[in-house]
Design a protein around this ligand. Sequence first.
Ligand code: NAD
Length: 288
Amino acid sequence: SSINSRATWAREYATTFTDTSAALGRRLEGQVAVITGAASGIGEATARSFIAHGARVIIADIQDEAGTKLAKDLGPNAHFVHCDVSKEDDVSESMGLAVSVYGQLDIMYNNAGILMPKSMRGFTGISDLNLADMHEVFRTNVYGVALGIKHAARVMKPQRRGCIICTASTASIQGGLASHQYTVSKHAVVGLTRSSASELSEYGIRVNCVSPTIIMTPLLELVLCNPHLKKKLGDWRTSEAGCNLSQTFLSPDEVAKAALFLASDGNYISGHNLVIDGSRSVTGSPKL
Ligand code: NAD
C-alpha cells in the first residue's frame, strides 16, 4: 500500500508540475499583478513581459505622465494608478484597484526603489553618514516594500494563494557597491522577504526577491551627472564586461525574466534571493 500511495503522490506531483500553460507560452494566463515603479526600467520591462504572458497589470508609480502613456500603449490589460509606495493609503488603494478593475490579485511585485535622494550628490563615507538621506532612501526602498507586502498579504491570505516579489540588488549581498544608505536598504529587502516568506507559507503565499547587478535604467542618471561616479561606472563597465556571462551590462529584460520565473505557478520557491549578475558577485567586483 505504501507503493500505491507513493504512486498516487507521484501522479499528483506530476500533474502539478506539468501545467502546459505554465511550461509553454503564456505562463501567467488569467493572473493579475500590481507592479510598483512600473513606469520605467525594470518595472516597465516586467509589465510588458507579464502582459505578454497573459496577465493583467496595475502599473503603480509616482510618474503620472509616463505611467499613463505606458498603460495606454499596453492596452486593456494595463491600468495606471498614481502610487507613492511610502504612503500607506496609496499602496492599499492600488491593491484595491487590482480587485475592483480586474477582480483579483495574484502577484505583487514591490519593485519601486531609488538610488539616493535627488539632493545627495555623491556617496559619502560612513563617518559622514547623513541620517536624513538614509531616511529618504528607506521611505521608498524599505517602508515601501514593507507596505507592499503588508497589503498584498491582507488580500492574499483569505484566498490562500499568491506570489510576492521584491527588487533588492547585488548591494543586498555585498558592501561597497553603492552608498551605505542604499546597501542597508537592500539588505533590509532581503530581511523582509525572508521574514514574510516564513510567516506566509502556511497561507500558500510565496515571497521572493531578485537581486540584479547594474542595469542601464534612468535610476543611474544621478550617477551619470556626478563626474567622479561616472568615471567609476565607466571603470565598472570595463571590468563588468570581463567578468560576467553577458560580457556587458544586463538589460531590464533579464530581471523581467527572473520575475516571470518566480511569478509562474507550480514551484515551491519561497524566501529566496535570486541574484542576476552573470556570476559577478562570485567573481570579484571593483568598487563603484
Ligand atoms: P528606474 O528609475 O528606471 O525605475 C524606478 C521607478 O520607480 C521609476 O518609475 C520611479 O518613478 C519609481 N519610483 C521611485 N520612487 C517611487 C515611490 N516612492 N513610489 C512609487 N514609485 C516610485 O530604475 P530601475 O533601475 O528600473 O529600478 C527598479 C528597482 O531596481 C529599484 O528598486 C532599484 O533599486 C533596483 N535595482 C536597480 C539596479 C540598476 O542598476 N538599475 C540594480 C539593482 C537593483
